[in-house]
Design a protein around this ligand. Sequence first.
Ligand SMILES: *Cc1c(COP(=O)(O)O)cnc(C)c1O
Length: 394
Amino acid sequence: MAYFTTRPENGRHFLQIPGPTNVPDRVLRALDNPTMDHRGPDFGILGKRVLEKVKPVFGTTGPVVIYPASGTGAWEAALVNTLSPGDTVLMCETGWFAHLWQEMAERLGLQPRLLETDWRRAADVPAIEAALRADKGHEIKAVCVVHNETSTGCTSRIDEVRRAMDAAGHPALLLVDTISSLGSIEYRHDEWGVDVTISGSQKGLMLPPGLSFNAVSEKAVRASETARLPRSFWDWKPMLAANATGYFPYTPATNMLYALDTALDMLMAEGLPNVFARHDRHAEATRRAVRAWGLEVQCAEPRHYSSALTAVRLPEGHSANALRAAILERFDMSLGNGLGRLNDRVFRIGHLGAFNDLSLLGTLGGVEMGLRVAGVPHEAGGVKAAMDYLSGNA
Ligand SMILES: *Cc1c(COP(=O)(O)O)cnc(C)c1O
């Protein structure tokens, strides 16, 4: 039994959703090693190595907690370790993922205060500053921002969020979701004064789903000492204690740590600035293709364009889901669907993770053919616009 979606005999399926992303063969081979004793002497060597090696990707020298969980688990961990029942949290509602995080906060007994957007731009920094300045009694305990909103393709400026918090002189914690940006878009946990950075394995880190992360500041660790939301599995304290010697308080996802070790080697060998530049370039080529087709990018603010994915709006009266279904059927490519209020209105092209010029051209070729097959009004020449850009810009 092969676990492929459609036609594995005809070359590779194109997995161009914005996560899970394509896993490099080298990483798959690392997974395919014997599972080891997670309490034996060899494990501590591996544990110490990956716990150290993962830090530069977050731009931190502090601890990074690794959970055997999807990104949603790391969202929960960030909240339950730092906050208490009834705490007010300022949440930027930039799209579907920010919305899900807000629902989780409510279920956990927190009181989200929302800063809404039209889902066509990233977090509204002046609004964050105004909300913090108005909060004279410091009721807001945390500001929660999704760095790269995967439902819209808009990237928030975390450096500016930090400056706004400092300008307001507000002591709230800064919690940032980098699940679809880490390892694809520049990010600096320490320099931007982030308290908890949340991430996951299956997007920019080029791994299968199954690991998630909390990078934690000293201020966050201090907050966890008095935070009163119930927590057990997610508790940082036993994690940080065991991690000091390279071990975990419960069974870690051993083989996923082999894969993480290898994926981090690949990112470091390429060099993070080169990784980010590669993503910027593929994102620009994608937007040029979209414009040449005469279609519109969901992100309406060029400063917020995402380098990890592009959400593309369909002309009024045309179905993005029908287009995606046609592309899957005819060309064996998966594209991201529209989420929440964008269902059927947009499709999303993932151009993050293990990805190069020709994978982008294959992807855009599938979209351009799909637009024709599905009868979506467009101009030809998107792929050509991308080729012109890629061949002219090394
Ligand atoms: C994928 C994603 C999530 C959800 O992560 P899971 O691994 O599916 O739990 C949350 N936030 C963002 C920004 C994402 O892209």
